[in-house]
Design a protein around this ligand. Structure first.
Ligand SMILES: CC(C)(COP(=O)(O)OP(=O)(O)OC[C@H]1O[C@@H](n2cnc3c(N)ncnc32)[C@H](O)[C@@H]1OP(=O)(O)O)[C@@H](O)C(=O)NCCC(=O)NCCS
Length: 134
């Protein structure tokens, strides 16, 4: 991961608790000119549904808007209900499906659901997007 984070296009955000040295949540994403992509976002099991991922995403959105990003893209496994619900809840819109994107074993394939969060006017959108996290 440290090699990945040396790439200036890659951004990593971490959440810690005072008594744990390992992060309880992490977001890894990439920003290239007007496009951003979330590679991964995860919260440790016992800390889920406490706003950890929302907080990390909020930080990434602030970074994206500071860099004039126009849209954030990501994909989610079609059966990953917590992630599908999460991204819908925080304002991403599903715009497509990539068939047989994930492979488990050699014969078992699943689709990816493609999500997008698009930004228009920077100031207006920052206020609107951040309101979702309150
Ligand atoms: C998806 C994931 C990152 C959410 O993390 P989290 O820290 O629990 O998310 P938050 O607490 O910020 O959740 C915000 C909202 O998202 C929705 N949500 C999150 N998890 C949900 C679940 N299991 N079921 C339904 N809605 C859910 C809820 O609306 C939630 O608000 P609420 O708790 O007030 O109802 C977490 O479940 C996870 O780490 N999953 C495994 C890794 C993964 O699949 N990552 C996504 C692919 S990159």
């Amino acid at each position: 991961m440290s090699t990945l984070l040396q790439n200036p296009c890659v951004h990593g955000f971490f959440t810690y608790t005072p008594c744990k040295s390992d992060p309880i949540g992490l977001l890894l994403g990439q920003i290239i000119f007007e496009d951003a992509e979330i590679y991964t976002l995860a919260t440790q099991n016992e800390y889920r549904r406490q706003g950890v991922a929302s907080h990390l995403l909020e930080k990434f959105i602030v970074e994206c808007l500071a860099r004039s990003v126009k849209r954030i893209l990501l994909e989610v496994h079609e059966a990953n209900m917590p992630a599908l619900r999460f991204y819908e809840r925080v304002g991403f819109v599903a715009y497509g499906r990539r068939e047989k994107y994930y492979a488990s074993f050699l014969t078992d394939y699943s689709d990816a659901i493609l999500f997008e969060m698009a930004f228009g006017s920077k100031k207006q959108n920052l206020k609107k997007r951040l309101a979702l996290f309150n």
